[in-house]
Design a protein around this ligand. Structure first.
Ligand code: ATP
Ligand code: MG
Length: 334
């Protein structure tokens, strides 16, 4: 397939108080049309620096060198800020980890999508709004017409991230760079995003660079994967090959550290992981327990209900937190 991204011998270093620190050394990557490349590696291994270098979005204290940084055959390493802005909106788009941070809190989702379209396309406002609704449909928002008029704070993290993807794909980019798009979200959103990526690749020939700690997500959405450690690619190849038969010791460690892949595979299905359950933990015998002190309530809420406009979001919630206690609250996105 035609080359969309070609990176040769990329180096990124950051200037700091202790002088210049290398973050990426000699990384080469290639992505063809409609192809998805996964980038995995431990925290600090240089993944985001690679993404920002490709987007030419590195901070001012970063220095970049590469023997090639080509987008659709065109060298973008030395382009001016203005030329870059054009390429960024139109051809390369990005989605980051924190869905709320990328959205403008004072503008409706519809306005944020239509402004992106109107800035780059000669269409009427009505046409742009119609396209915005279509885009929300493509990212699997079920009532696009209604969501267009909502503000970011009225959406769950998963819905915000889908809005970010809608904005990113509004101009039909050739390359979508996603840096940990689901890390801040729960598993139900992850499946949705995997499905969106599949649709983008199949029906729009979009190429994807997906950075994730989540090996399952990479395996389900990428053809190839590159594994990074300390600023270099230590292993790369077809995603299934790399994860099934990791050659590099570091890749093995990385896979072993992902709980979901410690599940044993039986009959082609994932069996339950076995591990200690709560009841198997030895309980402290009464005579060894500390002295009984009376529990002091620090916060108590009864029957909290809340709504945004006509949409109820909380129904009759009770919770109580004792002094010195840690209270966990979990649930799916939204
Ligand atoms: P994570 O998984 O935590 O997101 P990463 O693989 O994306 O990590 P980078 O964010 O690319 O890693 O960081 C690579 C190295 O560069 C780290 O040592 C980091 O401390 C350093 N670094 C990143 N950004 C800057 C910056 N703006 N100034 C100085 N050093 C930086
Ligand atoms: Mg990062």
């Amino acid at each position: 397939s035609p080359s969309v991204l070609n990176v040769e011998q990329l180096c990124v270093a950051y200037d700091g108080r202790k002088g210049s620190q290398a973050a990426v050394s000699d990384v080469s990557l290639h992505i063809g049309e409609g192809e998805a490349l996964g980038l995995v590696g431990e925290s600090g291994s240089g993944k985001s620096s690679v993404a920002l270098a490709i987007l030419r979005h590195l901070p001012d204290n970063a220095r970049i060198e590469a023997s090639a940084l080509q987008f659709q055959g065109r060298e973008i390493r030395d382009l001016s800020a203005k030329q870059l802005r054009q390429i960024r909106g139109d051809h390369i788009a990005a989605v980051y980890q924190h869905p709320g941070a990328a959205l403008n809190p004072s503008m409706t989702i519809g306005r944020q999508i239509t402004e992106t379209i109107l800035r780059h396309r000669p269409v009427s406002h009505d046409e742009a709004r119609k396209r915005a609704a279509d885009l929300l449909g493509r990212v699997r928002v079920s009532h696009p017409g209604r969501v267009l008029d909502l503000y970011p704070h009225e959406l769950s993290g998963g819905m915000q991230q889908r809005a970010n993807i809608a904005i990113a794909i509004a101009l039909d980019p050739s390359l979508l760079v996603m840096d940990e798009p689901t890390t801040a979200l729960d598993a139900s959103v992850q499946s949705e995003i995997i499905a969106i990526l599949r649709d983008l690749r199949r029906n729009h020939k979009t190429s994807i660079l997906l950075i994730s700690h989540d090996i399952n997500m990479i395996r389900r959405s990428c053809d190839r994967v590159a594994v990074m450690q300390s600023g270099t690619v230590v292993e790369s190849g077809a995603a299934n090959d790399v994860f099934d038969n990791p050659a590099h010791a570091y890749t093995k460690t990385l896979i072993a550290s992902i709980p979901a892949l410690n599940y044993t595979k039986r009959d082609g299905r994932l069996a339950e992981a076995t591990g200690p359950t709560l009841s198997q933990h030895p309980s402290v015998p009464d005579d060894q327990a500390g002295p009984q002190t009376e529990r002091q309530i620090a916060v108590a809420c009864r029957g909290i209900s809340h709504s945004f406009g006509d949409q109820a979001v909380l129904h009759d919630v009770d919770l109580e937190i004792g002094q010195g206690e840690t209270f966990g609250l979990i649930g799916e996105s939204g």
